[in-house]
Design a protein around this ligand. Structure first.
Ligand SMILES: [Zn+2]
Length: 403
């Protein structure tokens, strides 16, 4: 893309210079052309670095890095939100500090633009939180280039906490290789691929805690964003994006499901009345984002196929996009095509020769890399696009036969 844009810019400059000078004496024309060429040539290496190159971005995303991240996260034994915050080897605190360090490593390659923060808050008692507990989201922000666009946000997220059978069991192993080290690894790898480039809008790489405790980290983040009036144009959650052999026996290494709500989670009664009259269930911003993801995947990540699921989430399940939906933001969920419940929220054990547990051996690392590519490409294109037009609507108050 960069090469194409740079070349077309050079050509356009040459044509403009020619048109502007064609009636001038030859010497002036060639002088002007030389100046234009000089400007184009001196600018082009800089431009090539700055402009996102989709082919480079997708090639930069490597299954080996994804595997390393997942195995490292599993190595913390448990990442239950109620587990140790201070043990340097085991528990969510150790995972938090390691993740923070991994994002910090990407700062240099971003020209020191990537801002890495620990967003910590005290979670009060909740159904799955027996006592007030500090929760920490890891937030890595790649600011947009232009001040006017910096307030536009594209968010890529996954949750780094995990659980075994019981969401409040903070002691037993909860490897969480697929749920959701896979999503966390995809976000970290997308950050690695995107951080060297410049974008119009701001991209946030978000790894939240407390998902299994009731979407607590993402709820806190979404609420902060709403209070600060952030313009979040799209939020993706990657949750369980590593399995390619389902409990139903079907193997599929090409498809990823993208869930999106039709009717807005924060729809008012008045809006519902209008919708019942004129329709529009398919027009929600989240559904538009989902369709856009499918479109750009078909074009730029041809080894993948996006299946749109016209629901907010799977039956009786939830994810970190929901707190965003509830606050009026466009947000979608990525999940593998066929899930296997023997490897989700299970104590690690063998029963009747069947292995239960969310272990790395059931994660397809190249597949996770492909989902990360879909994320990165969609985010790169959205963050390079102009802002969403504001206040555009269709007036349906009165029917008239002619204007
Ligand atoms: Zn999950």
């Amino acid at each position: 893309m960069a090469m194409h844009l740079t070349l077309s810019r050079v050509l356009r400059l040459l044509v403009l210079a020619y048109q502007r000078n064609r009636k001038l004496p030859a010497m002036q024309t060639s002088h002007s052309l030389l100046l234009t060429l000089f400007a184009a040539l001196t600018l082009s290496p800089l431009q090539a670095q700055k402009e996102p190159n989709l082919a480079h971005i997708t090639h930069a995303i490597q299954p080996e890095n994804i595997e390393r991240t997942i195995r490292r996260l599993v190595g913390f034994g448990t990442r239950n939100t109620l587990s140790s915050q201070t043990d340097p080897q085991r528990g969510i605190g150790a995972a938090r500090d390691w993740l923070y360090g991994e994002f910090m490593k990407l700062r240099e390659g971003s020209g020191k633009r990537l801002i890495v923060e620990k967003q910590t808050f005290i979670q009060p008692v909740a159904p799955r939180v027996p006592q007030p507990t500090p929760l920490t989201n890891i937030v890595a922000t790649l600011p947009g280039d232009l001040p006017a666009d910096q307030q536009r946000f594209i968010i890529l997220s996954g949750h780094y906490d995990s659980m075994c059978n019981s969401p409040t069991d903070a002691v037993r192993d909860a490897p969480g290789a697929n749920d959701d080290a896979s999503g966390t690894a995809a976000v970290l790898e997308a950050a690695r691929a995107l951080a060297p480039y410049h974008f119009k809008a701001t991209i946030v790489f978000l790894c939240v805690a407390g998902e299994e405790q009731g979407l607590l980290g993402s709820t806190y983040f979404a609420e902060q964003a709403k209070q600060q009036k952030w313009r979040i144009e799209a939020m993706f959650t990657n949750d369980i994006i590593g399995g390619t052999r389902g409990g139903n026996g079907i193997e599929d290494r090409r498809t990823v499901r993208v869930f999106s709500e039709g009717i807005a989670s924060n729809e008012t009664e008045a809006e519902a009345k209008t919708r019942r009259s004129v329709g529009g269930e398919e027009d929600s911003p989240s559904r538009q984002i989902a369709r856009y993801i499918r479109e750009v995947t078909a074009k730029y990540v041809q080894e993948m196929r996006v299946t749109l699921i016209a629901r907010r989430d799977r039956y009786l399940r939830g994810g970190d996009h929901i707190p965003f939906n509830e606050r009026g933001y466009a947000a979608v969920r990525f999940t593998e095509p066929n899930e296997d419940y023997r490897h989700q929220h299970q104590n690690v054990r063998t029963e009747n020769d069947i292995i239960y547990g969310d272990l790395p051996e059931f994660v397809d690392f190249p597949y996770v890399a492909k989902v990360a590519r879909v994320n990165a490409v969609a985010a790169a294109l959205m963050a390079s696009a102009p802002a969403i037009p504001q206040g555009v609507g269709l007036l349906t108050r009165r029917l008239r036969d002619s204007l």
